[in-house]
Write a protein that binds this ligand. Structure first.
Ligand SMILES: [Zn+2]
Ligand SMILES: [Zn+2]
Ligand SMILES: [Zn+2]
Length: 251
């Protein structure tokens, strides 16, 4: 399976609209790895393409990556940074299955065009869905509102994506998934003090317990250090990678 980190910014993205902080100014001027769109990932495996979350910039990103076919869309939760781009799919060329919990599917107006183009399915905790040969399993994570992380499985390959999750302690189910995964993704907004999003210190602790698993941090905001500083600070931890827009990982 191949995963593309299509956007790696937090709810505001970097540069954040209306913000003149040093990092936002730099991201505006230089672009590069400090320029972060709001978060989403694309999972590809042979003929299957899965999009996880549809931030406002999802259309731009699909154009840049020249993606013209999507097998399914999954939505993690109803916060707008994760769903505002769903309206792009009013104009998609084929009907797409869209999966999410009842809280997210009930949160936006399903216009006539969206209804034409998308087929909506309600997800339930730990009830797997097959998208071609990829098995996708939603699991509850701790966030302000009902939120699903997703496990993507193909043969013996496993990606565990925690989405917006404040879990400081993993549940037994989550520990088992992390142990069996080649790749685990966490959404972090800060070095420490995370409540609704896990903080980097906690990710380090988890990563040290599972040295054979690769961990990626994403959903990074303008209050975090610049990309190169984050990479430098995390360099002692060989199994943690700081995501940037466009980064691809194959497992
Ligand atoms: Zn978010
Ligand atoms: Zn800023
Ligand atoms: Zn959220």
């Amino acid at each position: 399976m191949q995963i593309t980190f299509a956007g790696t910014g937090d709810g505001r993205g970097v540069p954040a609209v209306g913000c003149q902080c040093k990092l936002c100014d730099r991201a505006r001027g230089e672009g590069g790895k400090n320029h972060r769109r709001r978060v989403s990932v694309i999972i590809r495996n042979g003929a299957e393409t899965i999009l996880f979350d549809t931030p406002a910039s999802v259309g731009e990103m699909l154009n840049e990556k020249r993606i013209f076919e999507i097998s399914a869309i999954f939505l993690s939760h109803k916060h707008y940074d994760h769903i505002a781009g769903i309206t792009e799919f009013e104009y998609w060329s084929a009907k797409i299955p869209v999966y999410g919990n009842i809280s997210v599917l009930g949160n936006f107006e399903i216009t006539d065009r969206l209804y034409e183009q998308c087929k909506f399915h309600v997800l339930h905790d730990r009830e797997s869905v097959k998208v071609g040969r990829i098995k996708v399993t939603p699991f509850d994570v701790s966030h302000k509102i009902p939120t699903f992380g997703l496990i993507f499985r193909y043969e013996d390959k496993r990606i565990v994506h925690f989405s917006d999750s404040g879990n400081t302690k993993l549940t037994d189910y989550q520990k088992l998934q992390v142990k069996q995964a080649q790749l685990v993704i966490f959404h972090t907004v800060a070095w420490d003090g995370g409540t609704d999003h896990i903080d980097i210190i906690t990710v380090i602790k988890i990563a040290q317990r599972y040295p054979k698993t690769r961990f990626v941090i994403t959903h990074i905001g303008h209050n975090a250090s610049p990309h190169e500083e984050l990479v430098e600070k995390l360099s002692p931890y060989k199994n943690i990678t700081v995501a940037y827009d466009g980064m691809e990982v194959r497992i």
